[in-house]
Ligand binder design. Structure first.
Ligand code: AP5
Length: 218
């Protein structure tokens, strides 16, 4: 199962990935999470990507592809992977194709989580994340049991810096401009599956499983 999750910011990629990865026993690789972890560690990579991530612009292709190619080379990815937030440009997709083809690891499926822009803005503006363990909540649709505290580890819930209204608008423009063309790209390759992401989390997951279960038996 070599999978990609595609969708606008806030479409629910991370939420679904945290269910898909354990169900199919594959690692969840989120470039956004990797960049945020590196920024928190104040590593070289973190300082190179920080201004891009905080302002809602894309990190340069060569840095994003380098991170993913290195990660896909690790042993836990040999039997499958779930990419979340990568690729985000046609140039990134082409590098990924070349890498996977050379390694004889064809893509199994690209799941496009389709969501209206108004709902994207609603979801992102009410998202909160645990600053300690990274768990994701939504003040409206998936609230924590105790206000501002993580159910799992008790860490403080914060708003991501790039979830502020102005930055979200910028991220959506970047998505329309650079990432949306990937829908046609993967459609042409015959691997695209579209899932209506405008439903409750469990229903979206059930639709995803309906697509993936038959593929996992091949
Ligand atoms: P990244 O972290 O990948 O951000 P994103 O793609 O904008 O996606 P999000 O994390 O915002 O949303 P999501 O789709 O995972 O939604 P979630 O499940 O949290 O990237 C951040 C930045 O890193 C980029 O802007 C860029 O700078 C850089 N970057 C990353 N990858 C890159 C790359 N390849 N190239 C270049 N730069 C890159 O859900 C959102 C909210 O909705 C949550 O509150 C959740 O609880 C709620 N929710 C989820 N599903 C549902 C549902 N079905 N019903 C109701 N509520 C729901």
């Amino acid at each position: 199962m070599n999978l990609i999750l595609l969708g606008a910011p806030g479409a629910g990629k991370g939420t679904q990935a945290s269910r898909i990865a354990p169900k199919y026993g594959i690692p969840h690789i989120s470039t956004g999470d990797i960049f945020r972890q590196e920024m928190a560690k104040k590593s070289d990579l973190g300082s190179q990507v920080e201004s891009y991530v905080k302002s809602g612009r894309l990190v340069p292709d060569h840095l994003a592809t380098q991170v993913v190619v290195q990660r896909l080379g690790q042993p836990d990815c040999r039997h499958g992977f779930l990419l979340d937030g990568f690729p985000r440009t046609v140039a990134q997709a082409e590098v990924l194709d070349r890498f996977l083809t050379a390694d004889n690891r064809p893509l199994t499926s690209v799941l496009f989580l389709k969501l209206e822009e108004a709902e994207v803005i609603n979801r992102v503006s009410s998202r909160r994340q645990c600053e300690r363990c990274g768990a994701v909540y939504n003040l409206v649709t998936q609230p924590p049991r105790h206000a501002e505290l993580c159910d799992t580890c008790g860490g403080k819930l914060i708003q991501r810096e790039d979830d502020k209204a102005e930055t979200v608008k910028k991220r959506l423009l970047v998505y329309d401009d650079l990432t949306e063309p990937l829908i046609a790209y993967y459609h042409a390759l015959g691997v695209l599956e579209t899932v209506d992401a405008g439903r409750p989390v469990d229903e979206v997951f059930a639709a995803v499983v309906k697509v993936l279960d038959p593929l996992s038996r091949k």
